[in-house]
Design a binder for this molecule. Structure first.
Ligand SMILES: [Zn+2]
Length: 253
């Protein structure tokens, strides 16, 4: 048993993707004592605003707010996330290091090509991570194969019909604090932008209102004030005990 084993691993193309799309879910998990790690594939160096150093500081601050146990960056080039054997091996090493039960990954389709590319790389890496004959080492020791039991895509800019919505109402303020730790990326009066930095899709103040509106949109039908939607990869979900559903008090809508 690895002493770095965690319950949930979130993988993202860029620092801030996880906070934007699954931040409430992560805050909810850590609040209930579950362990979470984040793997950012790139440093976001192609971003219009901020710098690699600023984004790294922001990412660490956000991880602290969400009480994430580990956050690592694989340093794959931003804007060029290819599903190559070299990139798979980088990610497989992280998967085998953290040995998660559940993985949260990018959306299969998005306006930003890196997000779909990150999804494809993640899916391939999970599969190959389970093959014994693919060798990886950490600290000079050969790693054992591992696949997560459940893989969920978080929703990015292109909506899908979710198979799961996580109620994040009780951690909403915390999840917004984690998002706003990225002062260079989202609207913030604290950030002094450089003259040459343009407004982006996500730095417009209306974007934060849209984040809240989307959480309300997906939360409300499930009885939650705020919800985060997910797409279960390669369903269906099995259960040995249907009475688990009786633990929720919500009425059919
Ligand atoms: Zn992104």
């Amino acid at each position: 048993m690895s002493d770095e084993q965690i319950d949930v691993l979130a993988i993202a193309a860029h620092p801030d993707d996880v906070e934007l799309c699954a931040g409430g879910t992560i805050c909810s998990l850590t609040a209930s004592g579950k362990s979470v790690a984040i793997v950012d594939l790139t440093r976001g160096e192609m971003g219009t605003r901020g710098t690699v150093a600023i984004r790294e500081r922001e990412a660490q601050r956000a991880a602290e707010i969400m009480a994430v146990r580990h956050r690592v960056n694989l340093g794959i080039p931003d804007g060029d996330i290819q599903n190559t054997k070299a990139n798979q091996l980088l990610l497989i090493e992280a998967i085998r290091r953290f040995r998660p039960h559940i993985a949260l990954i990018s959306s299969p389709t998005c306006r930003h090509p890196d997000h779909a590319d990150a999804s494809a790389l993640s899916i391939s890496s999970f599969f190959y991570s389970g093959l014994e004959k693919i060798e990886t080492t950490r600290g000079g020791m050969r790693q054992r194969p591992w696949r997560p039991a459940h893989v969920l895509h978080y929703m990015q800019s292109v909506p899908f019909i979710p198979t799961l919505v996580v109620d994040v109402s009780h951690v909403w303020e915390q999840r917004m604090q984690a998002l706003l730790a990225y002062e260079s990326q989202f609207h913030s009066t604290a950030y002094k932008e450089k003259a040459e930095e343009s407004e982006t899709y996500i730095s417009n103040p209306d974007f934060l209102a849209w984040v809240e509106a989307r959480a309300r949109t997906y939360g409300y039908p499930t009885g939650a004030r705020f919800g985060e939607p997910f797409l279960y990869h390669n369903g269906p979900i099995g259960t040995a005990d249907l009475s688990d559903m009786l633990k929720t008090s919500r009425q059919f809508r």
